[in-house]
Design a protein around this ligand. Sequence first.
Ligand code: ARG
Length: 460
Amino acid sequence: MSADDKIWGGRFEHKTDALMEQFSTSLHFDRLLFDADIAVNKAWAAALVAVGVYTADEKEQICAALDAIQKDFHAGVLSFPPGAEDIHSANERWLTDRCGEAGAKIHSGRSRNDQVVTDLRLYMRTQNQLLQDAVKSMQSALVDLGARSVDTVMPGQTHLRQAQPISFAHYLLAFFFQLQRDLQRLREACSRCNQMPLGSGAIAGAAFEIDRHALAAALGFAAPTENSYDATADRDFVNEHLYCCSQIMVHLSRLAEDFIIWSSEGYRFIEIDEKYATGSSMMPQKRNPDALELIRGKSARVIGNHVTGLCLLKGAPTAYVRDLQEDKEPIFDSLQQTIDSLLIFAGVMRTVIVLPENMKNALDPALYATDVADYLVRKGMPFRQAHRIVGSLVALAEREGQTLADLSLDIYKKHSPLFERDVYALFDPDAALSKREIMGGTGKKSLKVQINHARELLEL
Ligand code: ARG
């Protein structure tokens, strides 16, 4: 039995192996490209009028049928035609069933090689916008909480060890600016994605004199692609988006890790709202930060998708090869997981309970050691020498079971005559913050500048 239920069945004498049929179909995932494929078919039908393949009437008939197919598809009343291996062949079949010969003309001058990549670029343009919106909702949750947290002081940690006092707002704004870079990356990726391959045919360009500029404009693309060989082979725009997603997820994963640690019994700096936590099936007391753990877990999956995208291309001969069908599941998955993770995290951020007293009580007076060294520097001592002196004061305090703030002025003076009573004023979080009004610092005025700028950026 021949494979004549396939759009390419003409030269085949035998039916496709049943397992091969299942193995090669992409309908279960490329159905996401359905709407893009309808738009591409309509624009292509219009372009075929100008080159005499369609009459204006036929084109009208085709476009009306495509509208009807779209309606029926979304109403769930269409079943995939036998032999349709992907959304493009399904649409062509449905169209031919409804329009006969006119439907059978739709693939003139076109290949699925340029069709699939045009659909994918269209689809991703929309997804890029959704991703940008999701980044912005997370950013606005960060700024809102940041604006309320300027006066909340916490131990800033490096190496997960107490380092210097910072405002909680400073921490939150760090993530605002990380996501701002993600947003820039998405905008740039969008501009490179927004180019139209249609008219490239299988590899060499369509043999009909289609006005590709008009076609690009009709589909809302910025421009047609420049070279048909490149256009059908290229999946850089997919990989760029896979990277955008994995970078966003890495940012979210680090933030999630911090929040998981800070909500644990050892810290109790924050509490994750019940909406985003779950209990244990066994231990009645548990309230686990599952939303954040899932985000951390999903980041692994999104990074995996990124690696898949790169590996797909590294050994593939430069032109369309069927390997490229494997680009879709990773990118569809990464887009969905990243958008969901951003929206979930924005919800966590909007509902998180901050416990400023616990943050403040956790401040170890050793956190002010840098300020004590700076004190000596302001009095003329070389920093390296000041560092050594304060280091020995810290060691002394530790030996005596005391803190830097408990040591007597005598002891300070023994270490350096530059010390005066005002050294004790350093052991105060507000004093530490107020010394860091430098641009980008954790001082309260500096934070207000950051918050204002962040709010301006959100308007763009
Ligand atoms: N479904 C294919 C893909 O996603 C497009 C079809 C091109 N197939 C072909 N044999 N030329 O890449």
